[in-house]
Design a binder for this molecule. Structure first.
Ligand code: ADP
Ligand code: MG
Length: 432
């Protein structure tokens, strides 16, 4: 039996949001992190992955539940972790050596010892010769090496990484992933466990031994999958691709919301993902061109889209009834096929129909505009409604998406200067 390094029991994290009360971000999180494990955490954007990582690091305290490190509840920052951030988080006025040494700031070591450790790590992460360079003189990949070096120099039991490769170009990222994996698999670092947040399923399956998938609103662990293939893994191997496929299908499964319009003001509104109408139509066209069912992950690969950009499009296509997802395959519905083959004008009509049918808040907006004699209404009015469901910031965001979709469908129009929504046909009438 491998030793348990960390244990999270019944973790809940909520935030007090204006007008929304306490919103639960993470719920019911139970995790055991064992020695020797490389864990990936996957989940939709905004689901709470970073929050979970921060709780493990002791940078954020949970609203409920316990975080144990070596069997003891952590108080304040977790002494056993080192953290790597997506944004590198280097100090521009410090050299590579000084940035790395910063990881040892709170350690009771003599300066000479700190120097020795920092130089050894710099060598290990492939930055030999760059000790006195400043971050601005380095490429993105080299900067992230410094970020990793600063965490490694602490010789943490657990290395936490929050989307460490997503700010890098593909080749640089591949290179760095391999180097890090080599340090890990060949035990060149004393790190006992790695936990990495990523939005790349392929990256998770390539690097880690265990993939944990979170849901959204709130984030719960919906899947915990062991990945047992030996390193180095072949991304073309059927076992590899079928695992990627499986995780894709888990991530894209969504609950079908009920759409009783009369209930809309009382019911919880479903958050719409930010997808430009143009991207959505392009996507449906592409799926049509590819013929029958398509593997989602292959599609994402073909489009070179990150999960964070890709999932919202898939979700919107489902929401509007143009596509269905079954076990990681996307398939157009009858309407979806019709849409793909339609003329620009017919598309707008179909989109309009689906929008009013499947997005209750859109129906409500149109209803309000209809019931006003001048068929206009201030943005603020709708913001107030949306705020009750989403909070102030997200309300603005949601309305912007609705306006974009409504405009594409020629259902509503919007005067940006006056911040007023109109019924589309009203505009046409006044322009005649
Ligand atoms: P992810 O890393 O999965 O994209 P995060 O953990 O960053 O998600 O955030 C999850 C949710 O928690 C988001 O909706 C975010 O707005 C919210 N959130 C994060 N930090 C705070 C905070 N300090 N106050 C209020 N809400 C927060
Ligand atoms: Mg994050």
């Amino acid at each position: 039996m491998k030793k348990t390094l960390m244990e999270l029991t019944d973790i809940r994290k909520g935030y007090d949001l204006p007008n929304k009360g306490n919103v639960t971000i993470l719920d019911d999180i139970n995790l055991k992190i064992k020695e020797g494990e490389f864990i990936s955490i996957l989940g939709p954007s905004g689901s709470g992955k970073s929050t979970l990582l921060r709780i493990i690091a002791g940078l954020v305290s949970p609203s409920q539940g316990a975080v144990l490190y070596n069997g003891e509840q952590i108080v304040g920052t977790n002494p056993g972790v080192g953290m790597v951030f997506q944004s590198f988080a280097l100090f521009p006025w410090l050299t590579v050596l000084e940035n790395v040494k910063l990881g040892l700031e709170n350690k009771p070591l003599r300066e000479a010892e700190k120097m020795r450790k920092a130089l050894a790590v710099i060598d290990m992460i492939g930055l030999d010769g760059f000790e006195s360079a400043y971050p601005k003189e380095l490429s993105g990949g080299m900067r992230q090496r410094v970020g990793i070096g600063r965490a490694l120099v602490m010789e943490p039991d657990i290395l936490l990484m929050d989307e460490p490769f997503s700010a890098l170009d593909v080749l640089t990222a591949e290179n760095l992933k391999r180097d890090l994996l080599e340090l890990w698999t060949e035990k060149k670092i004393p790190t006992k466990s790695i936990i990495m947040v990523t939005h790349s399923i392929e990256e998770a399956v390539y690097m880690s031994d265990r993939a944990i998938v979170l849901s959204r609103d709130p984030a719960r662990v919906i899947t915990d999958i062991k990945i047992t293939m030996p390193h180095w893994r072949d991304k073309q191997h059927p076992q590899f691709t079928s695992l990627v496929d499986r995780i894709y299908s888990i991530l894209t499964k969504r609950e079908v919301p009920s759409v009783d319009v009369a209930e809309v003001s009382k019911k919880k509104l479903e958050k719409i993902q930010e997808v430009p109408a143009g991207a959505l139509t392009g996507f449906i066209e592409l799926v049509e061109d590819l013929g029958e069912k398509v593997d989602l992950y292959k599609l994402a690969d073909q489009l070179s889209l990150d999960l964070d950009d890709f999932l919202p499009i898939v979700e919107a296509a489902q929401l509007l009834g143009f596509a269905t997802i079954l076990q990681g395959d996307i398939d157009l519905t009858v309407l979806g096929h019709q849409f793909a083959e339609a003329s620009v004008l017919e598309r707008k009509i179909l989109f309009k129909e689906q929008l009013t049918k499947n997005v209750p808040i859109m129906e409500k907006i149109v209803w309000v505009l209809h019931s006003k004699s001048n068929h206009k209404m201030e943005r603020e009015f709708f913001i107030e409604i949306l705020e009750k469901h989403f909070g102030p910031e997200e309300a603005e965001h949601q309305l912007d998406i609705l306006i974009d979709w409504g405009r594409y469908a020629e259902l509503i129009s919007y005067d940006e200067k006056a911040e007023v929504l109109y019924l589309e046909n009203e505009i046409a009438a006044t322009m005649e």
